[in-house]
Design a protein around this ligand. Structure first.
Ligand code: FAD
Length: 332
């Protein structure tokens, strides 16, 4: 960190960063990229007379710790989101993605996120005096075959509100299909098999929420289907909850065992395969595991890691070995 200070200070000057609340800043164009925890908090706390532009691909902030609860319906989506456009400090709100930054000219090239009939997204440039690049990170699939291409079909990430909404819809859809008299036992087992990839806090929270949802809510609605339900959590390292103390890790492992959540540690998902089975009415999927096993599933939640967003990758600025933007100790 210390050796990077000179380039960081250069970068800091290029961004034009400064203390935004000082009176000398009035009229200066502050641009915030992203409205996650960092960007939203800053925008919320800036004075109302700031010349603030906010550029995120979604129009809301999400309270991420409660996202797994919305994925199973314990909480409604509106309970964990906050509108950004209506923040008193926001002068301009553009729902778009920043695609490049010209630090010399102090401009940001943005692209909108909407589908255009002419298939050409519109681009525009936003000038800044001070820039806050708070784009966060995105889900890392580690190029595992078919994970990205099946995302939103039977593979789901769990990072944004639309992911949670898709998981909730998919879960109910799986139960409805399994409940049809025409669905074979084998297909019921496949449709009601949930595979959670990654043993971090987010996956463990989701596994717990799913367990409660299955045993409390769905047990009443579909009692005959419960014997077909299987929840499997797959983790490549030899423990769950990497950042936590070993006593907590063992406690969660024991808890999952007692709840019939099958935990496969030291096991990686090598690929997702799509196949057809004559006894199934629908296209089917299975996870190929490093243990040599394969797991047929109806729904996979992929939460195995994070990586920088494309814009961060493209920026020529000081970064950590993991490719994240390096900052000074005050996040400057
Ligand atoms: C389900 C879940 C549960 C979690 N639970 C906890 C918890 O209990 N405790 C905890 O400490 N942490 C938790 N986290 C982690 C926490 O949410 C993150 O650490 C935090 O969101 C990081 O904040 P950020 O502002 O850096 O990025 P983010 O909050 O990810 O925000 C980044 C924003 O930038 C936007 N963006 C991306 N690319 C661009 C672009 N090119 N142009 C413009 N905008 C862009 C994104 O859409 C997003 O709005 C959880 C995360 C998840 C997903």
């Amino acid at each position: 960190m210390h050796s990077c200070q000179p380039p960081l200070h250069n970068y800091y000057r290029l961004l034009g960063s400064q203390r935004f609340t000082s009176s000398g800043d009035k009229g200066k164009r502050i641009v915030v990229l992203g409205t996650g925890w960092g960007g939203f908090n800053l925008a919320q706390n800036l004075p109302t007379d700031t010349n603030l532009s906010v550029i995120p691909p979604s129009n809301h902030f999400v309270f991420t710790p409660l996202l797994p609860s919305t994925a199973v319906g314990t909480l409604e989506f509106r309970a964990i989101q906050e509108c950004v456009r209506t923040l008193p400090s926001v002068s301009n709100f553009y729902q778009a993605k920043a695609i490049s930054i010209d630090f010399e000219e102090k401009t940001i090239l943005c692209r909108d996120i909407w589908d255009h009939t002419d298939a050409k997204p519109s681009t525009f440039t936003v000038p800044y005096d001070s820039l806050v690049p708070s784009m966060g990170v995105k889900t890392n699939t580690f190029s595992t075959p078919n994970v990205s291409s099946r995302e939103g079909k039977e593979v789901f990430f769990l990072k944004h509100l639309h992911h949670a909404r898709s998981i909730r819809n998919r879960t109910l859809e799986m139960f409805e299909i399994a409940a049809l008299p025409s669905t074979s036992d084998g297909e019921k087992r496949r449709l009601l098999s949930f595979v959670i990839v990654g043993g971090g806090p987010k996956s463990c929270e989701y596994a717990s929420e799913l367990h409660d949802f299955l045993t409390r809510d769905l047990a009443t609605l579909y009692p005959d289907l419960l014997p077909y339900v299987r929840v499997t959590l797959v983790e490549a390292s030899n423990h769950l909850l990497g950042p936590f103390e070993s006593s907590l890790r063992s406690y969660v492992l024991g808890l999952f065992k007692s709840r019939d959540i099958s935990v496969k540690i030291d096991t990686a998902v090598l690929s997702v395969e799509i196949f057809t089975d004559p006894s199934y009415g629908f296209e089917a999927s299975k996870a190929i595991l490093s243990s040599g096993e394969s797991l047929e599933f109806g729904t996979m939640i992929w939460s195995a890691g994070l990586k920088p967003v494309r814009l961060t990758d493209a920026l020529s600025i000081p970064k950590t070995p993991a490719g994240r933007i390096l900052t000074l100790s005050q996040l400057l």
